[in-house]
Design a protein around this ligand. Structure first.
Ligand code: PLP
Length: 503
C-alpha cells in the first residue's frame, strides 16, 4: 500500500517557474521544457498501462487523501510543469476503481485501447472545436459514424453525432423522436404543441437503463408517461404486452410516440426482439430507438446475429464505443437512419454562427456547440487498428470468455447460474447456502462481492435478480483471459467460505 501523497508537500516540490523570454504570458512554456515533459509523460503512460495487470485491481483511497483532493488547493503562484506528472503518479493513478485491470468484471468498463490513448493526445494538440467551422476532424467524425453505423448493420443512409456517452446519445435520440413525431402531426409551436406534448407516451422494457428515464425527464416527459413494459423469462421485452399498452394508451387519447428497446440490458445482457417491436412501431406510427450502448454491435458476432435481425429497420441506435470497443472514456454515438431528423431537432440559427448548408456543422446534430475532436480521432484510430475483422474478433473474445465463465459456474457444485446473456455478462449465485441471496442483513452475496473487491485480486458487482441480490460479472476487457476468470471464481468461493463461517 503506497503512502498517501501529501498534496501540499507536492506543491512545495515545484520549483518556481523559470523565466521565459518571449513575453508570451503565463501559460507559455519553453519549447525544450515542453518537449521533455511530454516525453516523460509518454514514458509514464507506457509503464502505467503495462503494469496494470500486476497491480491490485483496486485500492481503497485513504479518506484523508480523498478529503485533501476534494478540498481544492490552488496556490497563489503558478508552478513548474514537472509537478504534474509526479502528482498524477502519486495522487491519481493508484486509485482507479479497477478500470482497465483484466480481472475487473464489474459494470461495463473497459481499458483504453493503445491506439485511443495516442489519438487522444494528438487530437488534444489539434484541439479542433468540432461544432462549427471547418475541421478535418469534423469530417472524420462523419466518416467514422458511417463506419460505426455500417458495423452495427444500419442502412447506408445512417449518420449521426458522437456524444460523451450512451446517456447523452439516448437523450438526443429521444429528443429527435419527439420532434419527428410532433412534426408528423403538424405540430411545431403554440398551444397545440403544449396540448400534444402533454399527451406523449414512450415505452421501454422493465430492464432498460436508467438513462432512458433521465432522458425522458429532460425532454419533459413525466414518469407516468414513460411505461415500463414487462419482460419474458429471458429478460427481453414482452411484445404482446407492449402492443396492449400502446393500444390502451391510444384508446385513452394519449399519443404513444417512441419505443426504446435494449440491445444488451445492463443488468443481464438481454436483447429485445427488434423486428417485432419495429412492427408495433410501424403499425402505430412510433419511432423505434434502440439503446445499444453496450451491445449495439452485436450483429457482428455470429452467435448473436439472429437476435439482431431487423436492426436496419431501427430509426435510431445508441452505441458506446467506450464500452465494448475500448475507445477511451468519453465516446458515445447517436446513430440515426435518417440523420436529417437529428437536424430537425437540433438546428438553431444565430447570426454569429452561419454554417454551410451542404456540409452542416456538427452542432446542428446535437445540443453541444464547442465539441472535442478527441471522440472522432480516438474512435477512428481504434477502428483503424482493429479493422472490421478485429472488431468482430474483439466482441467474439468477450463472448467466448463469458461462455467459459458460464461453463465453469455450471460445473461447480457450489455455484448456480442465473438467467443472463446473450451478451457477455454472467449472473450467478452461491448454491449451497440457505441464506444465499436473501436481502437485508444476511445478504451473503453483497458481502461476498465486498470481500472480493477488498482483497484486490478481482472485482465484480451485484445485481438484483428476481428480487434477490446475486453476483454479476461482465466481460468487457480485451486483456482478460481465462486465468482472470478462474481467479474471479476462486476469489468468490474463498470469500463465500470465509463468510459462511462468520454468518
Ligand atoms: C452504459 C449504458 C448506458 C449509459 O451510457 P454512458 O456512456 O454511461 O452514459 C446506457 N444504456 C446502456 C444499456 C448502458 O449499458
Amino acid at each position: 500500500m503506497p503512502t498517501p501523497p501529501d498534496i501540499d508537500r507536492l506543491a512545495q516540490l515545484a520549483a518556481p517557474r523559470p523565466e521565459y523570454d518571449g513575453g508570451a504570458g503565463p501559460l507559455a512554456v519553453a519549447p525544450k521544457v515542453f518537449r521533455d515533459e511530454l516525453a516523460a509523460a509518454a514514458e509514464w503512460v507506457a509503464d502505467y498501462l503495462q503494469e496494470i495487470p500486476q497491480r491490485p485491481v483496486t485500492r481503497p483511497m485513504p479518506s484523508a487523501h480523498r478529503q485533501a483532493m476534494a478540498a481544492g488547493s490552488l496556490p497563489q503562484e503558478g508552478q513548474d510543469l514537472g509537478a504534474l506528472l509526479e502528482f498524477v503518479d502519486r495522487a491519481i493513478a493508484p486509485y482507479p476503481t479497477g478500470n482497465g485491470h483484466p480481472a475487473f468484471f464489474a459494470w461495463i468498463n473497459s481499458p483504453p485501447s493503445p491506439a485511443g490513448v495516442i489519438a487522444e493526445l494528438l487530437a488534444t494538440a489539434v484541439n479542433a472545436t468540432c461544432g462549427m467551422g471547418e475541421h478535418a476532424l469534423m469530417d472524420l467524425e462523419r466518416g467514422v459514424l458511417r463506419d460505426l453505423a455500417s458495423l452495427a448493420g444500419l442502412e447506408p443512409t445512417a449518420g449521426g453525432v458522437l456524444t460523451s456517452g450512451g446517456s447523452m446519445a439516448n437523450l438526443l435520440c429521444l429528443g429527435t423522436a419527439r420532434t419527428w413525431f410532433l412534426r408528423q402531426h403538424g405540430v411545431t409551436d403554440g398551444p397545440a404543441y403544449d396540448q400534444a406534448h402533454a399527451r406523449l407516451v414512450a415505452y421501454h422494457s422493465d430492464q432498460a437503463h436508467m438513462s432512458v428515464a433521465k432522458a425522458a425527464a429532460v425532454i419533459g416527459l413525466p414518469p407516468w408517461r414513460l411505461r415500463a413494459v414487462p419482460t419474458t423469462p429471458d429478460r427481453s421485452m414482452n411484445v404482446d404486452a407492449l402492443r396492449t399498452m400502446v393500444d390502451a394508451d391510444r384508446t385513452a387519447g394519449l399519443l404513444p410516440f417512441c419505443v426504446v428497446s435494449s440491445l444488451g440490458s445492463t443488468a443481464t445482457g438481454a436483447v429485445d426482439p427488434i423486428e417485432e417491436i419495429t412492427q408495433v412501431c410501424h403499425r402505430s406510427g412510433l419511432w423505434h430507438h434502440a439503446d445499444g450502448a453496450w451491445g449495439g454491435l452485436g450483429a457482428l458476432v455470429p452467435e448473436l446475429a439472429p437476435s439482431y435481425r431487423g436492426v436496419a429497420g431501427l430509426d435510431s441506435l445508441t452505441v458506446d464505443p467506450h464500452k465494448s470497443l475500448s475507445v477511451p472514456v468519453g465516446c458515445g454515438a447517436a446513430l440515426v437512419t435518417d440523420p436529417s431528423r437529428l437536424r430537425d431537432a437540433f438546428t438553431f440559427r444565430a447570426s454569429y454562427l452561419e454554417g454551410d448548408q451542404d456540409w452542416p456543422w456538427m452542432s446542428d446534430y446535437t445540443i453541444e456547440l464547442t465539441r472535442p475532436g478527441t471522440r472522432a480521432l480516438t474512435l477512428w484510430a481504434t477502428l483503424r487498428h482493429l479493422g472490421r475483422s478485429g472488431v468482430a474478433a474483439l466482441l467474439q473474445r468477450h463472448q467466448d470468455l463469458a461462455g467459459y465463465m458460464r461453463q465453469r459456474v455450471r460445473e461447480h457444485p457450489l455455484l448456480d447460474l442465473c438467467t443472463s446473456g446473450p451478451l457477455p455478462v454472467v449472473c450467478f449465485r452461491l448454491a449451497a447456502h440457505p441464506e444465499a441471496g436473501r436481502q437485508g442483513k444476511t445478504d451473503l452475496h453483497t458481502a461476498v462481492a465486498a470481500r472480493v473487491q477488498a482483497r484486490g485480486h478481482a472485482y465484480l458487482a451485484t445485481v438484483s435478480h428476481d428480487g434477490q441480490t446475486v453476483l454479476r460479472a461482465c466481460v468487457c476487457n480485451y486483456l482478460t483471459t481465462t486465468d482472470d476468470v478462474d481467479t474471479l471464481l476462486h476469489e468468490v468461493l474463498a470469500a463465500a467460505e470465509h463468510l459462511q463461517t462468520v454468518y
